[in-house]
Design a binder for this molecule. Structure first.
Ligand code: TXA
Ligand code: MG
Length: 312
């Protein structure tokens, strides 16, 4: 057990956070999607600590964060489609799975034996500053115990990982609220995980529909079939009212104990999803969730809810 230091988002504190990471320690920090659990991606020891702190299966590889597309090209081979997506959507909530370069300086443990690497350039200014201060790639999964609800505030991180990590940079709530969308840019490009960048926006830029490997190669994204986002009690989707002891998480006109977005706005619902699941989970009762439309960010919201409800 170590004590976990809470750091403010000042330059001085970020310098301290960077020192911890460069020394092989773990620091949680805000990105625009969720809080990440950051480690020096070039260090096997540091990356091993990430798997240990989260109790994450070591066959599930980590996303490697870098400061720019230029830097990302030092780690992976970009085809035309990949470069176009990087130019349009980075920095932002998009992760690209690409063939790794043989000279990439990154821990093999972070890749879990794959010959690909998942790269992301985060947009949140705190994440950008931290990357610059560390001067190395940062491996960062979501900063929650494996399988639990993802963190969108420093308090969520503390609740799950206090005593297991060196520090948390508190940058307030994450504006997007859902993890990045994960794409592999083979031919055709495939959607490995729905996320904070809507599928339709990516398809508009690519000019072709993304392949959906849900019904194809199960190994394409090793993390996909694991249990995820699970509240302590049961979660039921597409509910129009609470039954028995349930608390209702509303959407739009279907109101409940909490409401993802009274206006029925999917961007707002995404930003609120994990926060409200944390709130309702704290009540210790089963959760019912109102229907969320299967469009735009609603696809990613429903993906997380299905996993939280134990469906795949
Ligand atoms: O928004 C995000 O992506 C956040 C922030 C911190 O950047 N990170 C995050 O990481 O959600 P994590 O570890 O919770 O999810 C990473 C996902 C997993 O499903 C993993 O299996 C997949 O990306 N992944 C990582 N490397 C991969 C690879 N080489 N091939 C296929 N999938 C990969
Ligand atoms: Mg995660």
């Amino acid at each position: 057990m170590e004590s976990t230091e809470l750091l403010a988002a000042t330059d001085q504190c970020l310098a301290k956070a960077a020192d911890y990471i460069r020394a092989g320690q773990l620091v949680a920090f805000p990105t625009e999607t969720v809080y990440g659990l950051g480690a020096d991606a070039t260090s096997d020891d540091a990356v091993a600590r990430v798997f240990e702190a989260k109790a994450r299966p070591t066959f599930n590889p980590l996303i490697v964060h870098v400061a720019s597309l230029d830097e990302a090209e030092n780690f992976a081979h970009f085809n035309q489609a990949a470069r176009m997506l990087g130019k349009v959507f980075w920095p932002g909530p998009l992760t690209l799975v690409l063939p790794i370069r043989s000279d990439a300086r990154v821990s093999k443990l972070a890749l879990a034996g794959a010959d690909t690497i998942a790269l992301r350039v985060p947009r949140a200014p705190i994440a950008q500053k931290l990357l610059l201060a560390v001067g190395r790639p940062i491996a960062a999964p979501s900063a929650n115990p494996s399988g639990k609800i993802s963190p969108t505030s420093a308090a969520h991180v503390l609740r799950g990982l206090a005593g297991r990590i060196a520090a948390i940079v508190d940058g307030g709530a994450c504006p997007v609220g859902l993890e990045s969308t994960v794409i592999s840019t083979g031919v055709p490009p495939a959607l490995l995980r729905q996320g904070g960048l809507a599928q339709a926006e990516i398809e508009r830029v690519l000019g072709v529909p993304l392949a959906l490997p849900d019904d194809a190669d199960g190994a394409a994204s090793p993390g996909r079939d694991l249990s995820h986002y699970a509240p302590d009690a049961a979660l039921r989707m597409n509910a129009t009212e609470a039954r028995n002891n349930e608390v209702l998480l509303g959407f739009g006109a279907i109101d409940g104990t909490e409401n993802l977005s009274p206006d029925g706005d999917l961007t707002q619902a995404a930003a609120n999803l994990f926060r409200l699941l944390h709130v309702l989970n704290g009540l210790g009762r089963p959760i019912a969730v109102a229907p969320v439309p299967e469009e735009g960010l609603g696809l990613a919201i429903n993906d997380r809810l299905r996993r939280a409800s134990g469906q795949r």
